[in-house]
Design a protein around this ligand. Structure first.
Ligand SMILES: C[S@@+](CC[C@H](N)C(=O)[O-])C[C@H]1O[C@@H](n2cnc3c(N)ncnc32)[C@H](O)[C@@H]1O
Length: 278
């Protein structure tokens, strides 16, 4: 094992910023040097690198063998904070207003995209809402939820669908725990009725959306904040194209729709959800 030099030079910091901006759109402020150093120093040891300069060389290389290092850097630098029924008003509106409209239309199936799904709480919450809405209306339709994220470690957790008591305590009521989870020796396992509606795929939001197909509802929450204004606008325009006419887009309660993006009309300003204009 080589001796690791812990400090990241200013120029290596700039190179890592450039890599993150180019590969996943994440814009780090000038003052995030310490964050980069904290999160990436363990990777120097893991990949047996002696300094941040060696790491930068790998990030700048086109060799396929460097992919594993690039994936690890992206995994380490993304913020994966999430919880169940986050912004609960939005999920109430999804269950009581949006899904009933969509379930009562003539389409046989619905497709919903959780566009930066982290460890799965958002797409699984959507699946719980779909379960409730169908039960309330007494209809059964094929509702598919796809969860995508750029970071591979969170997707592995999401696919496993087993959560700790602590993770459940963030948004799951006692009643929902009883209804939607089984208590196993590994932790709380999501029941098949909810999990079977959801599939996961690694996907970078900077790439064309056409490979994913079209959607009736898109959740794009707590991710646009990491991007530049240009990338944010580009993603929102492309999401409008990926939505069926009359489809819905949910942003987080702290994000806003730029005024010059005219493809959407606001349904409920405070709940930050929008309908694609027909
Ligand atoms: C803060 S979490 C949001 C999770 C969930 N949407 C929520 O609101 O609770 C942000 C997620 O965006 C993902 N992410 C960051 N850049 C991305 C990109 N370019 N493409 C896809 N996902 C990205 C991160 O890996 C992270 O899991």
């Amino acid at each position: 094992m080589v001796a690791v030099k812990n400090s990241f030079s200013a120029s290596d910091y700039q190179s890592i910023r450039g890599f993150l901006d180019k590969s996943c759109g994440i814009v780090l402020g000038e003052n995030k040097h310490y964050l980069v150093q904290n999160r990436l120093t363990p990777l120097l040891r893991r990949f047996d690198l002696s300094s941040s300069a060696d790491l930068v060389k790998l990030l700048q290389s086109d060799m396929p063998s460097t992919r594993i290092v690039k994936v690890a850097v992206i995994d380490a630098m993304t913020t994966n904070e999430t919880f169940w029924f986050r912004d609960v008003k939005q999920f109430n509106d999804l269950t009581d207003t949006v899904l009933p409209i969509l379930l009562n239309n003539r389409k046989a199936s619905l497709k919903i995209w959780s566009a930066a799904c982290s460890t799965g709480q958002e797409p699984y919450t959507i699946s719980m809402c779909a379960e409730r809405a169908q039960r309330n209306l007494n209809v059964i339709k094929n509702v598919q939820v796809i969860g995508t994220d750029i970071a591979e470690t969170v997707l592995t957790e999401a696919k496993r669908a087993v959560y700790s008591e602590l993770a459940l305590s963030r948004g799951i009521s006692a009643q929902d725990r009883e209804q939607f989870f089984e208590n196993t020796h590994e932790g709380y396992k999501l029941k098949q009725t909810i999990a079977q509606r959801v599939r996961f795929q690694q996907f970078n939001l900077l790439k064309p959306f056409s490979v994913l197909g079209r959607f009736d509802v898109i959740f794009c929450r707590n991710v646009l904040i990491y991007f530049s204004d240009t990338i944010k606008r580009d993603i929102l325009q492309r999401m409008a194209e990926a939505l069926e006419p009359g489809g819905y887009l949910f942003l987080s309660s702290t994000e806003s729709m730029p005024a010059d993006i005219t493809e959407f009309e606001s349904v409920k300003g405070d709940a930050r959800y929008f309908r694609k204009r027909s």
